[in-house]
Design a protein around this ligand. Structure first.
Ligand code: ADE
Length: 250
């Protein structure tokens, strides 16, 4: 079983979200377990205060090292070993699909630390954190949404969580290509027909069409990913020639 422990000031809200949908079902079936821990329960003061002013001055408050440390230690002691600890922060390395894959295969226990206020005391990070992760170049009010994103991306790769591994073999970012568009019934909706090839029943041609759409989408939407693609197979070179010819035809 893959286990994730989340350290947060909002364990109930997070817990509710994690009990829903695919992750909820995966927990019930015993493929994963996600526990949320209230950092405030590990304070050593009556007010259960977890933050204080920043040394050196400045706006906002900083989460203190000690409550974080005691919460972290409580989880590690329970586990009987040191677990891979990730702090969610906008100054971390940007999280990608390959990180989700690495975390799902290299570990079977993660601790996700959610910060709030202006950040957390650097000494907690230095002592306990293995990796700092950002979910993108924008700033949120706390690490809860990033923790949910990371937990979701990792858990869905754990065997058994998704009913069919096909679900993630073909999809966006798995092989560096964005996924092709999808269509379902009815055949015509608001005067918009489904691309006729998808109704042809010719599976090889459908696969070729989907791959071509993926290549085009990646080139047009994510030139950064496109640059890193390997499209040197005979089949892909043929698709690239077809794309070029279609573009000349207009
Ligand atoms: N905390 C606040 N903003 C964040 C971000 N973009 N990624 C991870 N953690 C965050």
């Amino acid at each position: 079983m893959y286990r994730i422990d989340i350290m947060t000031l909002f364990p109930d809200t997070l817990g509710d979200m994690l009990c829903e949908s695919i992750l909820g079902r995966a927990q019930e079936r015993g493929f994963i377990r996600i526990e949320c821990h209230q950092i405030r329960d590990h304070t050593r003061n009556k007010q259960k205060q977890v933050d204080d002013y920043p040394y050196g001055g400045g706006k906002g408050a900083v989460m203190q090292a000690d409550p974080l440390y005691h919460c972290w230690n409580h989880i590690c002691t329970e586990a009987g070993e040191r677990i891979h600890t990730i702090y969610l922060t906008p100054v971390g390395q940007v999280f990608r699909q390959e990180d989700a894959k690495r975390l799902s295969t290299d570990y079977d226990r993660l601790i996700l630390v959610c910060g709030h206020y202006e950040g957390v005391d650097q000494r907690f990070i230095d002592e306990c954190v293995d990796e700092e992760v950002s979910i993108g170049d924008f700033v949120l009010t706390g690490g809860e949404i990033p923790a949910l994103a990371v937990a979701d991306a990792v858990c869905r790769l754990v065997p058994g969580v998704l009913s069919d591994p096909e679900c993630f073999i073909n999809e966006s970012h798995w092989d560096g290509l964005l996924e092709h568009p999808h269509y379902s019934r009815p055949e015509v909706w608001h005067d918009r027909p489904v691309p006729p090839i998808l109704l042809s029943g010719h599976h090889a041609n459908i696969e070729k069409w989907r791959r071509k759409q993926s290549i085009l989408r990646t080139r047009n939407r994510r030139p950064d990913l496109y640059e890193r693609l390997d499209l040197s197979s005979k089949a892909d070179l043929k698709l690239l020639r077809e794309i070029a010819a279609e573009e000349i035809e207009g």
